[in-house]
Design a protein around this ligand. Structure first.
Ligand code: 5RP
Length: 262
């Protein structure tokens, strides 16, 4: 069955499989959102079923909560857990400093709150997500629906004041209507192509009335686990300043592939 997976799914799977080695019995674990994070939730579920691993999961979206419950992970809210040992999540882009763009799956607000409430954040990604400079992926910004067009205009003015060259801002849609997040907000996607100063932009965006949170994760991610379709994984730790290569066996009969449906 694993042979049926696309190269990109193999890369996501091996990154997820390696990352769940960081989870130990009794831990409280933030569960990210997206297709890579879904592999991680399945891999954790496999450890719960096969090793009797006892952990508590804090999901970052209703989608992840459903998946986690379905694979046997005990799920609690962040308020119940209060502080987490580790969060494992995907990303849309990451750079050499492990600054991230997240929110392609519209879950950036819960993802940022959960990751920030964790001792450690581990990002899992295929190698194509690594960039020299963030910004080719449109930057998601979560805004309240009230006055969203005014908020959009204020964001455009701010980008102009920052001398950002490409500043096309679009409302994310879902079936002809604005996409509504789990927190009942809208998402504006900022098509910037290049973000020269992510730290500054992240701070400035959050000063604009109507902006709830932006998808730039700066100084939050500790480790990135990069998966490759041939089973290689690269683990880069920003705090230790280390990079190690490893290999994950993609088992042809791995149970985890049976319920693959993404
Ligand atoms: C969701 C996210 C995701 O982590 C990000 O979009 C990556 O998703 P995928 O693993 O499907 O490429 O930020 O809000």
């Amino acid at each position: 069955m694993s042979a049926d997976l696309s190269p990109i799914d193999k890369a996501k799977y091996v990154a997820a499989k390696r990352a769940v080695d960081y989870v130990h019995p009794g831990m409280k674990v933030g569960l990210g959102t997206g297709s890579t994070a879904a592999w991680m939730v399945r891999c954790l579920g496999e450890r719960v079923r096969e090793e009797g691993l006892r952990i508590t999961g804090v999901p970052t979206s209703t989608r992840t909560a459903e998946l986690a419950r379905s694979v046997g992970i005990q799920v609690v809210s962040l308020d119940e857990a209060k502080w987490l040992d580790v969060t494992i999540d995907g990303a849309d882009e990451f750079d050499r400093q492990l600054a991230l763009i997240k929110g392609g799956g519209a879950a950036l607000l819960q993802e940022k709150i959960v990751a920030t409430a964790s001792d450690q954040m581990i990002v899992i990604a295929d190698a194509a997500k690594e960039v020299a400079t963030l910004g080719a992926f449109p930057l998601p910004v979560e805004v309240v629906p009230f006055g969203w067009q005014t908020t959009k205009a204020l964001i455009e003015e701010t980008l102009e004041a920052l001398d950002v060259l490409n500043r096309d801002v679009t409302l994310r849609m879902n079936g002809g209507r604005p996409l509504v997040t789990d927190e009942s907000n809208y998402i504006l996607d900022l098509h910037l192509r290049r973000i020269g100063n992510p730290r500054q932009l992240a701070l400035v965006l959050n000063q604009i009335p109507g902006v709830v949170e932006n998808g730039l994760f700066i100084d939050i991610c500790d480790i990135v686990v990069i998966g490759h379709p041939d089973g290689r994984v690269t683990v880069r730790d920003i705090n230790e300043g280390t990079e190690r290569d490893d290999r994950i066996n993609i088992e042809p009969n791995d149970n985890i592939f049976r319920d693959f449906s993404d």
